[in-house]
Design a protein. Sequence first.
Length: 638
Amino acid sequence: MARTLQVTLPDGKLLRVPEGSSPYDVAREIGPGLAKAALAAEVDGELVDLHRTLEGDCDIRLLTERDPEALELLRHSTAHVLATAVRKHRPDAEIGFGPSIEEGFYYDFGVDEPFTPEDLEAFEEAMEEVIEADYPFERREVTKDEARELFHDDPLKLERLEEFDDDEVITVYQDGPFLDLCKGPHVPSTGHLGPYKLLSTAGAYWRGDERRQMLQRIYGTAFFSGKELRKHLNRLEEARKRDHRILGRELDLYTVDERVGSGLILWKPAGSIIRNEIEEYEKELILRHGYELVYTPHVMSERLFEQSGHLENFKENMFGAMEVEGARYRAKPMNCPGHICIYQAEQRSYRELPIRYAEFGTVYRYERSGVLHGMLRVRGFTQDDAHVFCTEEQVPSEIAALLDLVDEMLTTFGYPYTIELATRPEKAMGDPQVWEHAQDQLRGVLEERELAYTVDEGGGAFYGPKLDFKLIDAIGRKWQGPTVQLDFNLPDRFDIEFIGEDNERHRPVMLHRVLIGSMERFVGGLIEHYAGAFPLWLAPEQVRVLPISEQWVPEARAYVDQLRESGIRAHLKDRESLSYRIRDAELRKVPYMAVIGEREAKEGTVAVRKRGAGKKQEMLDRSAFLNRVIEEIETRAR
RNA sequence: GCUCCGGUAGCUCAGUGGUAGAGCGCUUCCUUGGUAAGGAAGAGGUCGAGGGUUCAAUUCCCUCCCGGAGCUCCA
């Protein structure tokens, strides 16, 4: 009698199957429905192909479309099918890597002629053929020598191959004519692929190293259902519509000019209003939290940056030196040295601490031309920077106060957020024990508040651990948010001190923190977050007053004046037809339209139409509307 | 910086080896309007910059500048 294996299912149920069975056989044993739906399996914690022979007794979990891991498999398998198709059209294409990624997959190819959009269409057609052929994904274990032979025409694969240890199991996967060096697993056959779409091509360095060969990357995405694919493509379309560069132009928020230079933002009046509102709000907030405003120059002596170490560690990101009367100056890439100089302008007593200096400081950094991107990645930007000088004992309360600030700020803008604690990296300066202690302090505050956080092990800067806050925007994308950073470096470099209770000199702890980070990036992000429809308190134009006809212009103008008198940004539009003006106000995303005609004139009212609310309108007493607007602005309602 | 793609009116775009066109916007006039485009006329372009090929270049070639998709890096 054949021997049997005992498999344990996720629900704890035990099953006996003949030796030599595969997960597929297990699925069939459980039911035909599962056998059909199963795509792969997790055996003793390891993902394996559905038809892989089981080695012995094991825990097994069958993966179907509903498991997140299955989507990754699907995408990875789709990448293989893409490579199969590319090889059909371009037999000489060298194959690089083709993994699944967060939103889909890519595959890198070494080709002489880059791919065109027409190529992508041809590849999609060829992929259909591969799918129809329903080739199984066949897994084989090979020796290094066998693999060398199999991939003798694929230099990129050979290079990867040499990195395997001699005793490592090397596996290859074959689907029809295409063979790839691959760890797997895959879906059972090419016929199991779902709907997919090739999206774009781009250059990518072999192994991400800019000194290496440039490969051609094809990006695509794949799902189990057409519905999900369409949803994803819609999301991409939605993101495209929110693009701050397009909205920024349409709403006259900012511009760039090649005469000024790449990566340098010109804030137009409407954008400046938004920026100024944010600055005013934040100023009020931080003054309430015990910060003091300071200002420091944009250009400072190069010697300062020698002392701070920026010239040593940050030089490739700094603008070049300019010379004045024999001395060299630099545009500042960071605000900290200036703030330290202010701290050191006097002898400091422990009684003064903590000292919190805040500045909307404009910094300039050289960024490679290829990375510049609208307002999100620029060469000149204004940070809402602050530096806290305090004693070691004060660190926890300072961190706690910051958590409050961050929460209040992000709630105002309607951003949910997550927290990350970044700890000591390999190459770090300072005593590991000091690091340990500081990290414990940060952790302690988070835990005391019962805040959820993740740990980015080794993700801290070389000079100190940090807390990173990630924002989640209206369409679910993550953005870099506030950061708080402990610094064990600059206090030493500048020999910062305070006189303690014991009348001795002591070194204060220094914290760097930003809430919004960079004005440019934050506003760019806000444009996309709100899709250009800013809440009332930020909206460049808050109320547009529309007289029905010329007859009511004086009355409408008087109302505009009254609104402005109360600090409301109101404008009169009286030229074109009412329909036209309504449409224009909607397109400009003005929060409120106030229409005045015969009826309103008679009753001293105003017909209020809210942005995006269509024909729904409200008849309000003029002072009632004014008060409502003021209230909404003051509470910074979202 | 690198690979590929692009740059024509303020914006979105069409077009051509014989020096240019649309829609929107803008100006003026008519219309005096009741909730997402009332009508007409007009102005506006050294076709990104420089060089080359050609009888002739916005068009073909080269270099540069700027933008885009990525790679790498970052607030």
